[in-house]
Design a binder for this molecule. Structure first.
Ligand code: SAM
Length: 248
């Protein structure tokens, strides 16, 4: 199936894809990426990947980060993307044929709690926008699995967001802060198995310390999305705000 056909097939699943997970629909992820691509490129620049590195992209979704990693580790590096969603892996594979890096990238459907890789396989293990789905009881296990598959001296990278840092203009602050307060309350009252933690960003460093990782660095990014908005950015902002209000 071509990337265009897959995109069309899943057009109506803006937020939840085949896994039913929040913020994991194909169209949503494509819009999100387009709206922020410039900043994602900067984040990857800051990772200082080397040609030849072998990168694991966990929760790779439609493979949008994987493509950018491949650019950096070419010509002899490798990128493996793993995701739970058949639909997103289907899409990621379908666009490979157009990629100049197709020989370097491999996508696999799977659960990141059970990594099908030997110990010390990867130079870099990246997990982007995916820790929100992992409840606090399981985080330690997930990070321990990541530690197992990264080479000695390699790096684990967690890229996360925290909703309390989202500022929306022209929504009046008193209204927006109420939405956030409700959302935080809902989060607090949720049973842990219903976890989707949209305030995970602030916890990432602590999670990494808890599993005994050393030499941590934390880089905060500000991502302004300003008019004139592209159609993708407009859809992304509209969806993000209505999702935020619906979770509150
Ligand atoms: C918000 S999306 C982020 C996708 C991609 N990293 C990005 O930033 O475009 C979260 C991804 O995590 C994946 N995911 C959630 N739980 C997972 C699990 N247990 N194993 C593998 N992937 C999982 C979802 O299917 C989804 O594609």
């Amino acid at each position: 199936m071509s990337a265009k056909t897959v995109e069309k097939k899943y057009k109506n699943t803006l937020n939840k894809g085949d896994t039913g997970l929040e913020l994991s629909g194909l169209q949503w992820l494509l819009d999100h990426h387009k709206a922020k691509e410039k900043y994602r490129r900067k984040m990857i620049e800051d990772l200082n990947l080397q040609a030849g590195d072998v990168v694991l992209d966990l929760g790779s979704g439609p493979g949008l980060w994987s493509d950018l990693f491949a650019e950096k580790v070419a010509p002899n590096g490798r990128v493996v993307g793993l995701d739970l969603s058949a639909e997103l892996i289907d899409y990621a594979k379908s666009k490979l044929s157009k990629s100049p890096y197709q020989e370097m990238i491999e996508y696999q459907q799977g659960d990141f709690f059970h990594l099908p890789y030997e110990d010390e396989t990867f130079d870099v293990v990246f997990c982007g926008n995916s820790l929100s789905y992992v409840n606090s009881d399981s985080r330690q296990y997930l990070l321990t699995e990541q530690k197992r598959v990264v080479k000695k001296g390699g790096r684990l990278v967690a890229k996360e967001f925290d909703d309390a840092t989202t500022l929306v203009y022209p929504v009046p602050p008193e209204l927006w802060l109420k939405v956030l307060a409700c959302s935080a309350q809902v989060q607090k009252e949720k049973p842990s198995e219903e976890c989707f933690d949209n305030f995970v960003g602030r916890q990432v460093r602590g999670i990494l310390i808890d599993v005994g990782l050393k030499n941590l660095s934390t880089i905060p990014y500000t991502i302004p999305i300003l008019p004139p908005l592209s159609p993708e950015a407009k859809r992304y902002v509209t969806e993000a705000i209505s999702w935020q209000i619906n979770t509150a």
